[in-house]
Ligand binder design. Sequence first.
Ligand SMILES: [Zn+2]
Length: 215
Amino acid sequence: MARKILALTFDDGPHPDTTLPILDLLSEYHAAATFFVLGEHITAQTEPILRRALQQGCELCSHSFSHPDMTQLTAAEICAEISETEKRIEAAAGVLPRFFRPPYIAVNDAMFRLIPLPFIAGYGVRDYDDAVSAEARIRGVLQKAADGRIILLHDLAGNTQTVAALREILPALQKKGYAFVTVSQLFSEKGIVPQPHQKILYSYAEQTAMYADDL
Ligand SMILES: [Zn+2]
């Protein structure tokens, strides 16, 4: 029988104070994850973090350049958000992003038409909100974990509660038999080839409707 897999994903980094402890934890548990980075956060200071993530078997993807609500942008602005982020990821780490996560999970037809990458959402626990405790984040992720799903977390600056939650989440899910893979590996192990321009916001590998139920 195939193994149970999950794709842990982290948005809004890289930030030294959160991304580095997350990478330490991933390494401790031999886990891979996917980082949906913001182009504007890739600087001389943070480039080594991206290279380390890759060396650990993690994947680097795009979350736009400046985190705008892209449904309000012109076509030229949408394309610039994507291409500038691609350039910085490639310059920093020598790879191109294979997936895109829209800021605020806000999408429209123009974005689906213009952005040549599959769109990724995921099962989140509102971990961008300081009022959501580490315990609630742990409980939420354990409830939402299921084979083939994408989990949406944030390596936002100062997000120590998600780092603390991850310290419990990784061993708890490992004990339940989950392996942690990148988004690319998740689709590949499930035999799915996600295509761009499909108007699907993938939260699990086999999804065919725009939104996953049970989010
Ligand atoms: Zn974000």
